[in-house]
Design a protein around this ligand. Structure first.
Ligand SMILES: [Zn+2]
Length: 453
């Protein structure tokens, strides 16, 4: 035994021996390999729990310093050893550590908690990390069950929720910092001076519905828009023909961001995340999105230099309900649609609008042909597809848009799910960070939380 472990003594070895012996003697003839695997895993968890407890106990000095400096500048006195409980990847750990009290400011401190980032009574940073990674992928109930099977540590659905929201709150704090930086003129100048420009940066915006239930605030309740955006880069060329298979835009370095708030506030986040991606410095900035007016208003306000493109699939989808009005025969409807789609692809917007206008009947808001006329007229500047293709711009937001949808629909739009506004925002933000591969920096901030406090 290495000398630093020698004072652990014989009892240490006996306890390790006992944990292993319990397994081997309790089940002399196991029923199956599965039972053996499970038994060994349970035993490893017990051993791990014992090791972590012992290791923590070794962190205490045998004779604690009688005094330590206090934050206030005075001196804190050693009072006693106090117990605490940690909830870790190795189960619950009971431990003891020195407690100091400052007579001047009356603040009590646990130096060991600060040094190691211990959070008595709460999940450890490592446990919280894994629980939150599960929580961004699965409903908390399902996540809790899977988590217990994978780790042998049982966390309640409520704890999965707490962990996920904690990471979401961290992301929210980071975004607040980003917003402050992006509105700081000095930071803007620094970016101009110091960072090389991006050649071509893409942006997209979208929205999905989330069911919010706020018993104390009926106005905030109901189906609310979760606004989602993404920044990305790609070198892939757009397809030469609309029916080509080359629609995978191969987006890389995707940054997702989202919130449930009014468009004007969301604009701050759009600007701040764009600043992080050096959007103001991009030689070419290209937005591809559907035709929703709030989207183009925000783009126009914050990035007037950007090329605005209505996503090809959204644009061409507007022709389908109109084609159904063209004839009573399926063949003629298909022929109408093919012709209109061809005109759209080649940028003949006047022809597209005229073809739709021919089919207007009532002319009111429910007339699909009238809707199409309005849509194509309002967005025709954003549908110059031949020019975009010639410049090599992506005209479909495809995979990135599905990522935007994933934040809302796959996780927040679970049947029967009811979210508080704060809960939905934090879980969505955690999920956006996860999809953006920005998880680790958030977890690192959480690790250092107690040390900074
Ligand atoms: Zn003090």
């Amino acid at each position: 035994m290495p000398s630093e472990l020698s004072h652990l003594g014989l009892e240490f070895g006996q306890q390790v021996y006992q944990i292993i012996a319990d397994l081997l003697t309790d089940t002399v003839s196991p029923a199956s390999l599965s039972a053996m695997e499970h038994g060994v895993r349970e035993t490893l968890l017990k051993l791990g729990n014992f090791l972590l407890s012992t290791w923590l106990a070794l962190q205490n000095q045998r004779y604690p310093d009688p005094t330590i400096p206090c934050r206030c500048g005075a001196t804190a006195q050693y009072r006693e050893m106090r117990p605490g409980v940690l909830i870790t990847l190795l189960g619950r750990i009971a431990y003891r550590r020195a407690y100091y009290l400052c007579a001047t400011c009356q603040e009590g401190t646990y130096p060991l908690d600060h040094r190691l980032g211990l959070r008595p009574g709460q999940m450890s940073a490592a446990l919280e990390d894994l629980a939150a990674q599960t929580g961004v992928q699965l409903p908390f109930g399902q996540g809790s069950d899977l988590f217990a099977q994978l780790t042998l540590v049982r966390l309640s659905p409520q704890s999965m929720d707490t962990a996920t929201q904690a990471v979401g709150a961290e992301r929210q704090a980071v975004e607040t910092e980003w917003i402050a930086t992006s509105q700081d003129a000095t930071a803007l100048l620094d970016q101009e001076r110091e960072t090389p420009p991006v050649a071509r940066l893409y942006g997209t915006l979208d929205a999905t519905k989330v069911h919010i239930v706020e018993p104390s605030d009926p106005a905030a309740s109901g189906w609310r828009d979760l606004k989602v955006g993404a920044w990305f880069e790609t070198d892939a060329q757009p397809p030469a023909q609309p029916d080509d298979d080359a629609w995978d835009i191969q987006a890389r370095d995707i940054t997702y961001f989202c919130d449930i708030q009014e468009a004007a506030d969301f604009g701050d986040l759009l600007w701040a995340t764009g600043f992080q991606r050096r959007a103001p410095r991009a030689a070419e900035l290209v937005f591809v999105a559907d035709g929703a007016p709030w989207i183009w208003n925000l783009v126009q306000e914050h990035y007037p230099q950007a090329v605005q493109i209505v996503d090809w699939f959204h644009a061409s989808a507007h022709l389908t309900p109109v084609a159904a009005l063209a004839s009573s025969t399926a063949e003629e409807c298909a022929a109408w649609r093919k012709k209109a789609r061809d005109d759209l692809w080649h940028g003949r917007l006047t022809a597209v609008i005229a073809a739709c206008a021919d089919l207007v009947t009532t002319g009111d808001q429910n007339d699909p042909a009238q809707q199409a006329v309005t849509y194509f007229t309002n967005n025709q500047q954003r549908m110059d597809y031949p020019t975009y293709r010639a410049r090599g711009y992506q005209i479909g937001s495809g995979t990135v848009e599905s990522g935007c949808k994933q934040i809302g629909t796959q996780r927040l739009k679970v049947p029967g799910a009811r979210w508080s506004l704060a809960g939905a925002r934090k879980v969505a933000k955690a999920r956006a960070a996860h999809l953006s591969r920005e998880w680790q920096p958030l977890v690192q901030r959480r690790v250092h939380l107690d040390r900074a406090a």
